[in-house]
Design a protein around this ligand. Structure first.
Ligand SMILES: Cc1cc2nc3c(=O)[nH]c(=O)nc-3n(C[C@H](O)[C@H](O)[C@H](O)COP(=O)(O)OP(=O)(O)OC[C@H]3O[C@@H](n4cnc5c(N)ncnc54)[C@H](O)[C@@H]3O)c2cc1C
Length: 279
């Protein structure tokens, strides 16, 4: 692989590669097949609003004004992803939706960041006109609009929704995932929780692109269908996949084999040795 930076141009050679870009960027460079939905989940800019006393606000009046602002175009759908009252209660935290959010190219990522900030500015200007919210201010804001969904790899095995919600234990399960099915859309989000005692697992084969050798992914680009991915994409699951992929890559490299050929018990022992939890 060649990398170019300010005054640098270097070539990196490796025996194993793990793509943790979220967007399967390295997998796309390597030419492996990727999966993507026509419509992807909205992203969100995370910020925190302060300067108003929720208890003393006339919420009905603000809701009416909010509906009017949506109709007039002053506010856009997604500026308050599950309504203005939720936005005020959450103080902005994860209460906005940016439709078409995409971080898979520099241009789209920049547009997504701009869209998130424009949405926040519309909301701030609107709130400052509401009685009791005149002094609303931005207490904090993340630097980037978070993106929930772009590309997944087409893996040797793609985890299905049914696998996930039934907690299928795969023969080659290398880590756990524990999160509701969580698809955000234009109506907001209503997570669909797992039944009691269901703890889904992630098979090694889902980290490996079809037709690849010595290449894995870890994180939200794991091979899976859209619904399964809406749950698998979260941080603890991504961390578990990363630990397992790291162990598999190290063992494969030491033994001059591909990750999928490494005995499962060896991967699990190595992850356990480093404090990881494996099925
Ligand atoms: C608004 C929002 C709220 C969320 N809330 C939660 C929550 O409450 N709990 C939870 O567990 N999960 C939550 N998630 C989901 C979770 O944060 C992500 O799905 C998860 O971080 C994905 O991990 P990842 O390692 O696959 O990708 P990322 O965390 O996106 O990491 C990928 C990294 O690769 C870098 N990268 C990408 N391309 C390149 C490149 N070409 N060159 C160099 N670097 C590159 C990126 O900059 C990034 O640092 C939320 C997501 C969003 C958007």
């Amino acid at each position: 692989m060649e990398t170019i930076g300010k005054g640098t141009h270097s070539r990196i050679r490796c025996k194993q590669l793990i793509d943790c870009t979220g967007n399967a960027f390295a997998a796309s460079l390597a030419g492996y097949e990727l999966l993507r939905e026509k419509e992807t989940q909205p992203g969100s800019l995370i910020f925190r609003l302060e300067g108003y006393d929720l208890e003393s606000l006339d919420l009905n009046r603000i809701r009416e004004q909010y509906e009017r602002a949506l109709q007039s175009g002053e506010l856009k759908q997604g500026d308050a992803s599950v309504g203005i009252i939720h936005m005020l209660r959450q103080r902005g935290d994860n209460a906005q939706h940016v439709f078409g959010a995409d971080s898979s190219t520099a241009e789209r990522h920049s547009m997504t960041n701009i869209d998130g900030r424009a949405s926040l500015l519309r909301m701030l200007r609107f709130l400052r006109k509401m009685p009791g919210c005149e002094k609303t201010y931005l207490a904090s804001m993340q630097t980037e609009t978070g993106v929930r969904e772009t590309y997944r790899i087409d893996a040797v095995y793609n985890i299905s929704h049914s696998d996930y919600i039934t907690g299928k234990t795969f023969d080659d399960a290398i880590s756990y995932s524990y999160y509701p099915i969580d698809v955000h859309d234009e109506n907001g989000v209503i997570p669909k929780h797992l039944d009691d005692e269901i703890v889904p697992t992630i098979p090694m084969r889902s980290l490996v692109p079809k037709t690849s050798r010595n290449f894995m992914v870890a994180g939200r680009c794991v091979g899976s269908d859209r619904l399964a991915n809406s749950a698998l994409r979260v941080q603890a699951s991504s961390m578990g996949m990363g630990q397992a992929a790291g162990a598999a890559a190290a063992l494969a490299s030491q033994n001059n084999i591909t990750p999928i050929e490494v005995p499962m018990d060896d991967i699990k022992s190595l992850v356990r040795e480093h404090g990881g939890i494996v099925p």
